[in-house]
Design a protein around this ligand. Structure first.
Ligand code: NAD
Length: 323
């Protein structure tokens, strides 16, 4: 099988590539990586990998010619590339529409023309909006609130439309909040951990009562592999960790693990339109594909903190714009 990974110089994509190469699965004959190396994508995420084991294409998913060449002869596309930070989308939504909606349409279109057998679109639970009680199944209507979530909903719906209209084998995954190594230090867990390493305070939005479901990135990657292997065309799969925490609870765990206390919290005004709670029902992927999250949050967060302590040369230049 020949596989194209988009955005694999970013957090989740690079973890997925590492897992693929570690598994050394003989069914993957060729792996291509297409990444524009935006502020959140870095070649250092590919450090230590055998460069002969994959082909890196420095290019933009919005560029028709690049994407046409990258998808030629490929059996599967796993589409991670995106603008991914909600706060940035609040400041300016344009690049989110261009990359997440137009870029995804470009990839879908080229994949259709080039007869790509399977297209996995990596989406997010944020497309559902916010839920005060219960959990979303895949049939819930989409009701995104942030410009980021709206752009992901647009791309998610396009992927489904290519299945319904053209009969293309597209599969959509909607995952909860990921954490783990190599996450850009603007996202809450690496931001808080690296701030504490640097002796700074952690900026907590509003009253800290917003609830998120946390999933270790390796569990997300395993779930995507299951969807690639045994998922069904035109289906949506929720992927979650079943570990819901308020932001204040998350902050307390990080503070405790890092030997700090609540005096290290700096309360900052709430994010505009901040979704109160995300919660996924993951019975479908458990039942159909045998998915089970493997990394308990208490274990994963310890490992993640240790990784950021041991890899300051990775995050310092990204955090302080010196690369
Ligand atoms: P990330 O920001 O760390 O990585 C995104 C990657 O995409 C980067 O390498 C960047 O260079 C690349 N990219 C951006 N624009 C591009 C373009 N125009 N052309 C080519 N490459 C481009 O993001 P991430 O956290 O790894 O997220 C990956 C995917 O997973 C995204 O689609 C995101 O919406 C989705 N997702 C993320 C989470 C999470 O918690 N991080 C949860 C659910 C879903």
């Amino acid at each position: 099988m020949k596989v194209l990974l988009t955005g694999a110089a970013g957090f989740i994509g690079s973890n997925f590539l590492r897992q693929m190469l570690d598994e050394n699965n003989p069914s993957f004959h060729e792996i291509r990586v297409l990444d524009a190396l935006t502020y959140s994508g870095t070649k250092t995420n590919l450090d230590g990998l055998d460069s002969a084991s994959f082909h890196f294409i420095h290019g933009d998913i919005r560029d028709e010619e690049t994407v046409s060449k990258a998808t030629k002869g490929v059996d599967a596309v796993i589409h991670f590339a995106a603008e991914s930070h909600v706060d940035r989308s609040i400041d300016s939504a344009r690049i989110f529409v261009e990359t997440n909606v137009v870029g995804t349409e470009n990839l879908l279109n080229s994949s259709l023309k080039n007869d790509v057998a399977t297209f996995i679109h990596v989406s997010t639970d944020e497309v559902y909006g916010s839920i005060t009680e219960g959990s979303w199944t895949e049939n819930f209507p989409l009701s995104p609130n942030s410009p980021y979530a709206a752009s992901k909903a647009g791309s998610d719906l396009l992927a489904m439309a290519f299945h319904r209209t053209h009969g293309m084998d597209t599969r959509v995954t909607r995952c909860s909040n990921n954490y783990g190594p190599r996450q850009f230090p603007e996202k809450v867990i690496p931001l808080f951990v690296t701030n504490l390493i640097e002796g700074k305070k952690v900026p907590l939005y509003g009253d800290g009562k917003n609830v998120r479901d946390w999933l270790h990135v390796s569990d997300h990657c395993n779930a995507i592999s299951l969807v690639l292997k045994n998922g069904r065309p035109g289906e949506i799969y929720n992927i979650g960790g079943g570990r819901e925490l308020t932001n204040l609870e998350l902050t307390d765990v990080i503070l405790r693990e890092m030997g700090a206390d609540q005096s290290s919290i700096e309360r900052v005004p709430d994010r505009k339109g901040h979704d109160l709670r995300y919660s996924l029902n993951i019975e479908k992927i458990e039942r159909e594909l045998g998915y089970r999250p493997q990394v308990p949050f208490e274990v994963g967060i310890k490992q993640t903190i240790a990784w950021y302590r041991e890899n300051q040369s990775w995050w310092q230049p990204l955090k302080h714009g010196r690369r």
